[in-house]
Design a protein around this ligand. Sequence first.
Ligand code: UD1
Ligand code: CA
Length: 450
Amino acid sequence: MKTRALILAAGKGVRMRSDMPKVLHSILGRPLVWYVADAARQATGMQPVVVVGYGADQVRQALGDAVDYTIQRQQLGTGHAVLQAEELLRSQADQVLVVLGDMPLLTAESLQKIVDQQSRHQGALTMLTIVQSEARGFGRIVRDAAGHIQSIVEEVQASPEQLKITELNPSVYCFNGAWLWDALRRVPLSPKGEYYLTDLVGIAVKDGLSIQTVAAEDMNEAIGVNTRIHLAEATALMRQRINNAWMLAGVTMVDPQTTYIEPGVRLGQNCVIWPNTYLQGDTIVGEQTTLGPNTIVRSARIGSRCEIIAALVEQAVVEDEVSVGPFARLRKGAHLGRGVHMGNFGEVKNSYLGPGTKMGHFSYIGDAEVGENTNIGAGTITCNFDGKQKNKTEIGKDVFLGSDTLLVAPVRLGEGAQTGAGSVVTHDVPARTLVVGVPAREWRKLGENG
Ligand code: UD1
Ligand code: CA
């Protein structure tokens, strides 16, 4: 039985008060609709189809080719939106799972249950239901005396009696594909001038077909984002869900309330995360690493047994047993070898620091290659930009840079070279040579032990 998911995302989302389509507002670094698409893909095992309309190009750009698209040029209602996928899906799916693009908290497990229920019963449709006293504008599920579903009534059209119904329609359905497309043609125009998908329920009843329901276990799953207040609520719940999963997987969080982990992040066992820490993008962290407090990691690879405190780490690679911070910044292309110590007020960009190298205080290393076990003295700076272009600095292993050394690139320092405090190095320094002064000159050759 082949099930395809259809995600409705053609509306503007007027209450967001934004030019950006509602489904592109983000939760933990990803657009709302990404979460829906991800859950739908997991539940069906197939690429979902997204109905786009308002801001179609932006939605396409955000989701790329991970989904298929169909366009709804005029927003004539949810029923009309589904009909736009007929050409794409009629011959391609035995069942169609319809979800709204603004429900990021729906889980793949719940969607799976609905799909399975529909596969077993083969009625007209299976739908998710919630029971909740706060109606939030949801359609009411109307049942007859025997408890059989009769119809869904939209809030604007509900009678005072119907408004009291607490069984609500979150708008998640799995339809029998053979029935769906022709039934959609029988949906009447509503007084609001829209074709309501919800009218299919009444039509199924008239056709004498069965309607199955699956009750939501977690009410939060049904939260639809209509305003920025809902967006903040959904963000908090998603954060909690992600954090709980990591804690169950063996990560300690000192304060989950102030720990922000995006869905693309991977963490090893026994990591400890201190408060006010943001792990973003496709960051990967090894085991037993301590992050934070006050640390932001964006799309970086961090090894095992590292300690990173009060740092901003972006698109960098940090190998095992490295310590960074407090107040450190690793920029794009920074690569710290095993056991590197990078202390306070340091910045590294597009540079490799070999294993065991120490950079304790107040340094900038940019566009450089540094060998192992080199000591980068306090205040060392690679002067990598000559006003026109970036130039490279190469520093060998076992080099000792005195405090306040300025390395005017392009420049190379051989293995075991040393610089005196305050040196301004403008020429290459041969191996095992001490240079001092401004500009730095050879002072003496060094023996085996300096
Ligand atoms: C819909 C349901 C309601 C349910 C609620 C849950 C209908 C008629 N009503 O109401 O029973 O309780 O969802 O949130 O279906 N969309 C399109 N094209 C359109 C119209 C809508 O793509 O022409 C998309 C929107 O982008 C939105 C979603 O469908 O993401 C829901 O549309 P909306 O108009 O907000 O429906 P509700 O009034 O919330
Ligand atoms: Ca809505």
